[in-house]
Design a protein around this ligand. Sequence first.
Ligand code: PGA
Length: 250
Amino acid sequence: MRRPLVAGNWKMHGSRAENTRLIEELLRGDEGVGPEVVVCPPFVYLWEVSRQIRDSSIVLGAQDVCAEAQGAYTGEVSAAMLRDVGCRYVIVGHSERRHLYQEDDQAVARKFVAVQREGLVPILCVGETLAERERGATEDVVGRQLEAVLALAGVAAFSQAVVAYEPVWAIGTGKNASAEQAQAVHAFVRSRIAAKDAILAASLRVLYGGSVKAANAAEIFAQADVDGGLIGGASLKGEEFRRICQAVAG
Ligand code: PGA
């Protein structure tokens, strides 16, 4: 009943030529079956990629957004602009935003609300650092990150949202969480939402992200509370990304 979703977070990679090649590779395997497939290019490429995937089942997402609706915010991009160029999803609270750009839980919650105000779907990233995991604080951290959004947006907002569990120590490190580690945190995320609305929690999609590749995707995606993935490095290789998408279906 939860349609799996696989999103490619291209981060700050690509060029018009490289993106075109990558999209062509993805379109070759596009049968419109299996998981919902999302690509999240850098802002400047959104419109062109939007045109390139127009007649396909691939959906567009953005990597970040400004919490403000419009105005004197030099360098920022609003949710309305993202909708205007064809986005359906927006990643908020990616750990690189939280850690490299000091976005705190409240800032992330405001972005979540801004995205939904435009009818778009936030992909809310949560996850602990290695130090936090080692001192047994994983659930405290993930719970706190969820709570900030629940406090501002309310539980009902999660009916139009996706959560991505991305342990910081697994992102771009080649060291993925084990299937058991992922499942444990995914179950925790779902239970936190279920405590407020059990029916909604049962339909909430919770993605895993952090060093997913074709070789480990099937095992992670097979877990009961894992509904797909948020893929960084491996989403830049067409064939590899397609195999990851197939690992969900299979
Ligand atoms: P990775 O990144 O797949 O390269 O580890 C995941 C992410 O940051 O979303």
